[in-house]
Design a protein around this ligand. Structure first.
Ligand SMILES: C[S@@+](CC[C@H](N)C(=O)[O-])C[C@H]1O[C@@H](n2cnc3c(N)ncnc32)[C@H](O)[C@@H]1O
Length: 195
């Protein structure tokens, strides 16, 4: 029946559009919008606590996806200002819904390479191995020396890890760096083998 066909189209078209948008942005960034889970968020939070953030610290969650980690950070650090940046529209809008009412969380739909991160007092991210070298160069330009950076699962190969949490979730281990965390020449080779 034509009425049913139109109804099905009205339901399916937006769903298809959202799926296509996820694939397009995943293609652009090379990073799928996978969420960290609660256990992994605890690993990130534990390492940030170790970094003893100042009251009112600004924490950037780069590639905040559906908002899981951003919301968990905002709740764990009520005195901090958590700023999530996500490029992909569908995860971003879902994160906006999830973050409603979380006063110390702000979310922006942007490419983090186009953002000024110079007020960061901490950075977190869960991206992909191929994202890390370009992100390192961005952090080199943006961050004050000593800024804590916590990466979930994918590490910076050529930087010195200050502390880590062995994988308690499904993903790889979580690492804390005090940026720019240079490795000494002796430690640069051979590669540590971390992802
Ligand atoms: C694996 S998800 C992690 C989501 C979230 N951090 C979490 O732990 O639940 C990575 C997200 O980073 C986003 N992303 C990748 N490159 C980006 C960029 N240059 N600017 C903004 N977001 C980006 C992707 O769209 C994806 O949603």
């Amino acid at each position: 029946m034509p009425g049913h066909g139109l109804l099905a189209l009205a339901v399916l078209a937006p769903v298809l559009g959202l799926c296509i948008s996820i694939l397009v942005f995943q293609g652009l960034t090379g990073v799928p919008p996978m969420s960290s889970n609660a256990t992994e968020a605890v690993d990130v939070i534990t390492l940030l606590r170790q970094a003893a953030l100042a009251e009112g610290a600004v924490i950037y969650e780069l590639g905040s996806g559906w908002g899981s980690l951003a919301v968990a950070l905002a709740q764990a650090f009520p005195q901090a200002k958590v700023r999530g940046i996500e490029i992909s529209p569908f995860p971003y809008w879902v994160s906006r819904l999830r973050g409603r009412g979380v006063a110390n969380l702000s979310l922006r739909r942007r490419n983090y390479f186009d953002c000024d991160l110079s007020d960061a007092q901490a950075v977190t991210c869960y991206l992909m191995i191929r994202s890390m070298p370009r992100l390192a160069a961005l952090l080199d330009r943006m961050l004050e020396p000593g800024t804590p950076v916590v990466t979930l699962s994918f590490w910076f190969r050529d930087r010195e890890v200050a502390a880590s949490r062995a994988s308690s979730g499904l993903l790889g281990a979580t690492a804390l760096y005090y940026w720019p965390a240079p490795k000494t020449a002796a430690r640069l080779a051979p590669d540590s083998g971390h992802r």
